[in-house]
Write a new protein. Structure first.
Length: 165
């Protein structure tokens, strides 16, 4: 437990997790959902876009902060949020369309909330799928382990019976 609180070790483990082929993209979606949710709450509360981006930096994943800083600076210079987030890899095609609609309709906060909810649902479906696949595999492994233990317990008895005969 104490090792988990050491910043360097925690960041090294997180960096490794982000590089894993199946885990990394899902962690990216989770980080985007968190970022979008915070931005949504700030924008819906009336916070201007640049201060909202600066505040959202605090919840952004460590390796996304530099990209978020670049996007914030570009927004400060007058670029659209959707363009900046896409350029920095902070938007997927689905969220990009939602952001564009939000910018044109003036409901960016609401669209960010919908994008966050979309990714939350996608990650929830993935979690359910993994659970449905892992449970039978664990049962099979447990059955094999228990079967092996039972056979190993009875094997000496069978050998003893063979020697007596």
């Amino acid at each position: 437990p104490a090792l988990a609180w050491q910043r360097g070790l925690r960041e090294a483990v997180q960096a490794r997790l982000w590089q894993l082929p199946l885990v990394g993209p899902k962690l990216h979606l989770l980080a985007l959902a968190q970022l979008y949710r915070v931005l949504s709450m700030l924008l819906l509360a009336g916070v201007p876009i640049v201060p909202a981006l600066l505040n959202a930096r605090g919840v952004a994943a460590a390796h996304l902060r530099a990209a978020l800083d670049r996007a914030t600076e570009a927004v400060r210079l007058g670029e659209r949020l959707s363009v900046c987030l896409q350029r920095e890899g902070l938007a997927t095609p689905v969220s990009l369309r939602m952001l564009t609609v939000g910018e044109h309709s003036g409901e960016l906060g609401a669209m960010l909330a919908q994008a966050a909810s979309f990714y939350d649902e996608e990650l929830s479906r993935l979690s359910d799928l993994v659970t449905r696949l892992v449970n039978p595999a664990l049962m099979l492994i447990m059955g094999l382990v228990i079967g092996t233990v039972v056979v190993l317990m009875y094997l000496p008895i069978f050998q003893l019976v063979d020697q007596v005969q």
